[in-house]
Design a protein around this ligand. Structure first.
Ligand code: TRP
Length: 336
């Protein structure tokens, strides 16, 4: 039956621990896809890609590889169903990236909207001229996907241009060297990015406005206590505006429908204080995180298990990658 399942490929750059924004933005979709039984999921920890804009900070990337694996396992990514591996452990990906580099122009990379936005954000690191490696990361991402014969890639909107570029590379490859590779399809996540505790449109690792999956109960409570609420509401009996309050926003993600209605009605009527409201939210977020923390603790106490999961994931992925490279080299007349 395994053959009929669609191979799903996705991953994250290990530049920080994962937060609830990642949970709602991508982990939830991955869990649903994993548990549907319709896919054969591969999740890679993109350490090589993380280095493209952290080449001067290898420690950071190294340390976060472990954190991200723990985050995956603790939310329920199940190594029995999902193959988890580290990008740099698959050297075939690097080789394929070199082959692909002839099939993509510099102008096309410079036009990629995702890359363009990121370069603009990284002026401090890159100055006037971006590195070859960063400009080319869509090529290496195309190799990540196709080296394991990926059929579907679940993505947020910001990643769509990368999948489009991957499809172009595949088409070009097939048109020059003959039908060899599969064009992957993007599956757009139905969940949206969630806002930060400070009301910023994005909950971000570098923005200091995130609740991490590994945060303790105390950390969560403290962060929620400092979340941005309706600025016009000073006293409890002032009439509140839940639509501009981050606490109400998170209640919608973590509380029952009845609770949300009650919170909003009482706030609007000036009958509910922000402190009580925040305490209730902190309780609900902590209830949500409690089983995740427990699972993480288990894996933290069994590092040998995590190592085994990565080792097996790598071995399985390399088998597939080797098969792909055989086909690719044959098509390119490099099969000596
Ligand atoms: N670009 C992705 C990110 O920034 C990470 C990634 C690397 C990826 N390789 C991938 C995602 C392959 C999907 C498929 O999070």
């Amino acid at each position: 039956m395994e053959e009929q399942k669609k191979r799903m490929v996705t991953g994250d750059r290990p530049t920080g621990r994962l937060h609830i924004g990642h949970y709602f933005g991508s982990l939830k979709t991955r869990l649903e896809m994993q548990n549907s039984g319709k896919y054969d999921p591969y999740i890679l920890i993109a350490d090589v890609q993380a280095l493209t804009d952290n080449f001067n900070n290898p420690e950071k990337v190294r340390n976060n590889v472990k954190e991200v694996v723990m985050d995956y396992l603790s939310v329920g990514i199940d190594p029995e169903k999902t193959t988890i591996y580290i990008q740099s452990m698959i050297p075939e990906t690097a080789e394929l990236t070199v082959f692909y580099s002839n099939l993509v122009t510099i102008a096309r990379l410079e036009r990629n909207p995702t890359v363009k936005t990121e370069i603009a954000q990284k002026k401090e690191l890159f100055g006037e001229s971006v590195t070859y490696g960063f400009l080319g990361y869509p090529v290496s991402q195309a190799a990540d996907i196709t080296v394991v014969d990926g059929a579907v890639v679940p993505v947020g909107e910001d990643q769509l241009p990368l999948i489009e570029q991957c499809r172009e590379i595949v088409r070009k490859f097939n048109s020059i060297y003959g039908e060899t590779l599969k064009e992957p399809e993007a599956i757009l996540s139905e969940y949206k990015r969630i806002k930060g505790l400070d009301g910023n449109e994005k909950m971000g690792k570098s923005l200091g406005n995130a609740i991490y999956l590994a945060d303790t109960e105390e950390e969560v409570s403290k962060k929620i206590m400092s979340a941005v609420t309706d600025p016009q509401r000073i006293k409890k009996d002032d009439l509140g505006h839940p639509d501009v309050c981050m606490v109400a926003y998170y209640h919608k993600l973590f509380s029952t429908k009845e609770e949300v209605e009650c919170v909003c009605e009482e706030c609007k009527a000036g009958k509910r204080g922000c402190v009580a409201c925040k305490k209730q939210l902190a309780q609900n977020v902590n209830n949500f995180l409690s089983p995740i923390r427990e699972k993480r603790k288990y894996y933290e106490e069994h590092p040998e298990l995590v190592e085994k999961i990565l080792k097996e994931g790598t071995e399985k992925t390399r088998q597939t990658a080797k098969q792909t490279m055989e086909k690719v080299k044959k098509a390119m007349k490099l099969d000596y």
